[in-house]
Design a protein around this ligand. Structure first.
Ligand SMILES: C[S@@+](CC[C@H](N)C(=O)[O-])C[C@H]1O[C@@H](n2cnc3c(N)ncnc32)[C@H](O)[C@@H]1O
Length: 333
């Protein structure tokens, strides 16, 4: 929209042009991006320009780079009309991934929406950290036997393990029926129907089974962190997926104590945890009898992942006497 031509501003940021202009000069990609970015910024959206690019890419079905190469491309009235409701939703602080209906996770494109946690880049990196800690002993040509993802959400970790052929058999659990409906749909979309999704808390749905690898990105925000989180998180994502009590460890504590006995000898557990929680979680793992505990950093250099190995048949001696002395039952769970 140029300043010379009158327009009626709508609630979706992209101005509604006058009848005369509509007939003559359609808005271009660049104009729509600028107006949408301003509109989103005015609603308090961080990175409004980037989100506007994602929304326009989605509507025009072209990559973001292509938008840059086609700044002068005019938008049809239909394309403009398709952008408006998406921009309005983002302006209401609905997460971008819900607005677009999907989120990338490693090599996958996962459907997400209300009721399901948005998969995040730091969880993608949990897998890289795992491969580093375990000395990349599991590869697509030599996968781990059986793996479990606790609190699978959209299916992110479970489906990535299966997709990258890092495990022969993958089981996943979640307490949320909405999450499981989504993860099963994502499995079907990706042709990974062999992943076994089960409903229930922590490891209850796999009682009596043992695994070589247990991964989880559990809820770990403290109640205070959850209360002060951005509206995208607090008002849109399910609280059960994110918040875990006063110290953020209400799910991690019983998870560690349930996971260690469910590990096969020499098996590993890997958890993504909150900022400042790695020391406390490492201590819980040692109390639960882990033979080895390793902490790794996220891509921003913050300690965020805790890995624990169960003593193996040949490596039992590595567990320090201190570790067995400190073993005691959990106070929560
Ligand atoms: C932070 S989200 C992670 C989702 C997914 N793994 C990811 O990384 O995107 C945590 C998930 O744990 C589930 N959850 C919360 N408490 C649980 C419990 N006690 N047992 C099993 N799953 C639980 C939530 O429903 C949610 O899907």
């Amino acid at each position: 929209m140029t300043s010379r031509q009158p327009a009626v501003r709508t609630s979706a940021g992209v101005s509604e042009p006058s009848a005369a202009r509509r007939a003559t000069t359609p808005l271009t990609v660049l104009e729509v991006l600028r107006k949408s970015a301003d509109y989103l910024a005015g609603k308090g959206v961080e990175n409004g320009r980037l989100d506007a690019e994602h929304i326009l890419s989605h509507v025009l079905e072209m990559g973001r780079l292509h938008l840059y190469l086609h700044f002068d491309r005019p938008l049809s009235p239909g394309e403009l009309a398709a952008c408006r409701p998406l921009l309005r939703r983002r302006a209401a602080r609905e997460p971008l991934q819900y607005v677009l209906g999907s989120a990338p996770f490693r090599n996958l494109d996962l459907q997400v929406g209300p009721g399901v946690a948005v998969p995040r880049p730091e969880t993608e990196h949990l897998l890289d950290a795992l491969l580093e800690v375990t000395g990349r002993q599991w590869t697509s040509t030599s996968p781990v036997g059986s793996a479990l993802d606790v609190g699978t959400g959209s299916g992110a970790l479970a489906l990535a393990l299966a997709d990258e052929k890092l495990a022969d058999r993958v089981v996943a659990t979640d307490v949320s029926p909405a999450a499981l409906a989504t993860s099963r749909r994502n499995a079907a979309e990706a042709g990974l129907e062999a992943v076994d999704f089960r409903e229930g808390p922590l490891l209850s749905p796999v009682a009596g089974e043992t695994f070589d690898l247990i991964l989880s990105n559990p809820p770990y925000l403290t109640t205070l962190e959850w209360r002060s989180a951005a509206p995208e998180v607090r008002e849109w994502e399910p609280r059960v997926a994110l918040e875990a009590g006063e110290d953020g460890l209400d799910v991690i504590r019983p998870l560690v104590w349930a996971a260690m006995p469910a590990l096969r000898p020499d098996g590993w557990v890997g958890l993504e945890v909150g900022r400042g929680q790695t020391d406390a979680v490492a201590t819980i793992f040692r109390e639960a009898g882990a033979a080895e505990v390793e902490v790794r950093e996220d891509l921003a250099g913050r300690p965020r992942y805790v890995f624990a190995r169960k003593a193996g048949t040949t490596r039992n001696a590595e567990a320090s006497p201190n570790q067995s002395q400190t073993r005691k039952e959990p106070s929560v769970g």
